[in-house]
Design a protein around this ligand. Structure first.
Ligand code: HEC
Length: 560
């Protein structure tokens, strides 16, 4: 079930907080006014500055008066390219530039004009708001078509219903680790699925098969305003233009480690300098995409990652800069241990998408223990791996997505297929299912906080949730953007929950105490956020995220 709940209270909150906060304090390196074609000030326009030939982009947003300002300590002296993001508008001058000097603030006023091509600016969520169709038809698009790319090529296509049927089968055969720039064949071949004919008809009724324009109005989400404009976003380019940083996790020294969804690559980013280094896992298996998935850091700060498309997981030893490869014994070759959880005692929880098992692995003696009674009576055996969302040949069933472990070492899995949190007791091996209050909520990724509360992204229900294992009770909160689909959830030490989305380029920060959401719009379209990480080691929490389809790692810093 997908919920359209727009927070009615939002404009009030904005009035309360917006006026009191200065955009930035202290001297500016670069400042100016953003105005529209009619001369009015434009609030909530993302203004980005990137040094010519550089790798680090800094972005700020314009305030209620249309004024933007980059703090002096964020831009070094030099020449910069300036870009904007404001849905519905383009910069009148597409080649904006600024020269930042040591002492005085550079000034660049920005004029915007109405865009001639609004369709090219829509996020997947905005397409879903705009297109006609039943809730079920939109949900199918939302579940099946926003993982690997946005809905823009889908709505911009000219396929007839018949042509869609073959196109759909082509989609079923791509690996989720691939993208438009980098198609990767999945290891197993798939044919047509039940419901394709009807879905193909629907797709041909909303694309451009009947003519060069859409026969529905293009709806957009509101531009950021008030407190949502008080943020600095820093983006670090990765060395490969087609890098896919599915996960980005900061260690205690502030170094950010990332795993690539398309290739067996582990990378390291030093945010102080922007320097990156990457290592290619040498043990890639022929005929399978080598991409990695979940990444977790062990007690020594070494990254571990699950493989996306075949049996195996790995540890990267950061001292020796060598990979240690592991393979789960006696399972189907299509086993995909995409998620793992590192227990406080050094053992590792793994899950396998094919045989529906949870494993406990002990790196000290190489022992694997399989817990195949989850969920008790649904131990389906098949060669065919489950896809995201727990469908196998179109049939929904139990399937664990994200995994985590509490301070006692118990395993928790997000049963995305049916909407449970599954617990395996570390001592007894007993499995317990906890259904989320919202049925079929699609729990996806989750993280424990320091009080052993589990924070969960409920993808299908469009909600954040918290599960308290002690009381065995959940709390759920709808997010304020339709079709957002929280992918993950992490609590920071200041008491805020962070989440990201595959279908909207907005990072959400939620304060459970006040029920308030902040919405931080990212500088460009098609970010496709997966894993969320908060670095709580410094004075205030620092939020990190991989821009999975833009080959960047981003830091989001609220200015409050
Ligand atoms: C598992 C990854 C994946 C998923 C899920 C996916 N696609 Fe794609 N899609 C791709 C890749 C890779 C390409 C580029 C290669 C190609 O054209 O097939 C692509 C390209 C496209 C294109 C542009 C190329 C063309 O043929 O015009 C359209 C349209 C499209 N996909 C539609 C869809 C629809 C509809 C869905 C949902 C049913 C979907 N895709 C789901 C991977 C995916």
């Amino acid at each position: 079930m997908l919920r359209f709940r727009v927070m009615r209270a939002l404009p009030l909150l904005v009035l309360a907080c917006g006026a009191a906060l200065a955009q930035t304090s202290g001297p500016a390196a670069l400042t100016g006014m953003v105005t529209s074609d009619t001369g009015g000030p434009m609030e909530g326009v993302v203004v980005s500055a990137k040094p010519v030939g550089g790798k680090i982009t800094v972005s700020v947003l314009s305030d209620q008066k249309g004024r933007y300002a980059f703090p002096a300590d964020r831009l070094k002296a030099g020449d910069y390219e300036i870009r904007i993001r404001a849905t519905g508008y383009d910069a009148a001058n597409p080649k904006m530039a600024a020269t930042v000097k040591e002492k005085a603030a550079a000034k660049v006023d920005i004029k915007l004009g109405k865009t001639q091509n609004l369709a090219a600016q829509l996020t997947s969520a905005e397409w879903l708001l705009s297109i006609p169709g039943t809730q079920a038809q939109k949900e199918k698009l939302y579940r099946d078509c926003v993982l690997c790319h946005t809905l823009t090529p889908v709505l911009g296509s000219t396929y007839s219903a018949e042509e869609w049927q073959t196109t759909l089968v082509r989609m079923y055969n791509w690996s989720e680790g691939g993208s438009l720039q980098k198609p990767l064949l999945a290891p197993l071949r798939s044919g047509p699925r039940a419901g394709d004919e009807e879905f193909a008809k629907y797709l041909s009724s909303i694309n451009l098969s009947a003519g060069p324009t859409h026969n529905f109005e293009l709806k957009t989400l509101p531009r950021p305003h008030g407190a949502d404009t008080k943020v600095i976003i820093t983006e670090y380019d990765l060395p490969r233009a087609d890098a896919e940083p599915h996960e980005a996790v900061a260690d205690k020294d502030g170094i950010v480690w990332y795993s690539d969804e398309a290739e067996g690559i582990v990378g390291r980013l030093d945010p102080k300098t922007g320097a990156t280094k990457e290592w290619q896992d040498p043990s890639a298996k022929a005929g399978y995409p080598g991409g990695l998935h979940d990444m977790e850091l062990d007690r020594d700060g070494n990254p571990w990652a699950g493989r996306h498309e075949y049996n195996g997981f790995l540890k990267f030893d950061k001292q020796t800069e060598k990979f240690v490869d592991y393979v789960i014994p006696n399972v189907s070759p299509y086993t995909r241990p995409t998620f793992l959880a590192l227990r406080p005692d050094g053992k590792v929880w793994l899950k396998d998408n094919t045989d529906f098992k949870i494993f406990r692995f002990d790196p000290n003696n190489g022992e694997y223990v399989g817990y195949d009674e989850y969920p008790p009576n649904l131990n389906l055996k098949s060669e065919e791996p489950a896809t995201v969302g727990g469908t196998r040949s179109g049939q929904v069933h139990h399937s664990i997505y994200g995994m985590n472990t509490d301070s006692q070492g118990n395993a928790y899995g997000a049963d995305i297929g049916v909407g449970n949190i599954i617990k395996v007791d570390a001592k007894t091996g007993k499995t317990t299912l906890y259904p989320t209050p919202t049925p079929n909520s699609g729990p996806r990724r989750m993280h424990f906080d320091s009080s052993d509360h589990l924070w969960i992204g409920e993808w299908w229900a469009n909600q954040l949730a918290m599960f308290d294992p002690e009381t065995e009770k959940f709390q759920e909160w709808p997010v304020p953007i339709p079709f957002y689909g929280p992918y993950d959830a992490v609590l920071d030490k200041a008491g805020n929950v962070w989440t990201g989305s595959m279908s909207v380029d907005t990072i959400l920060r939620f304060t459970p105490k006040t029920g308030q959401f902040r919405q931080y719009l990212m500088p460009a379209l098609g970010v496709n956020v997966r894993r969320i990480d908060v670095d709580d080691n410094g004075k205030s929490p620092v939020f990190w995220v991989g821009e999975n389809r833009r080959a960047k790692i981003a830091k989001v810093e609220p200015l409050e």
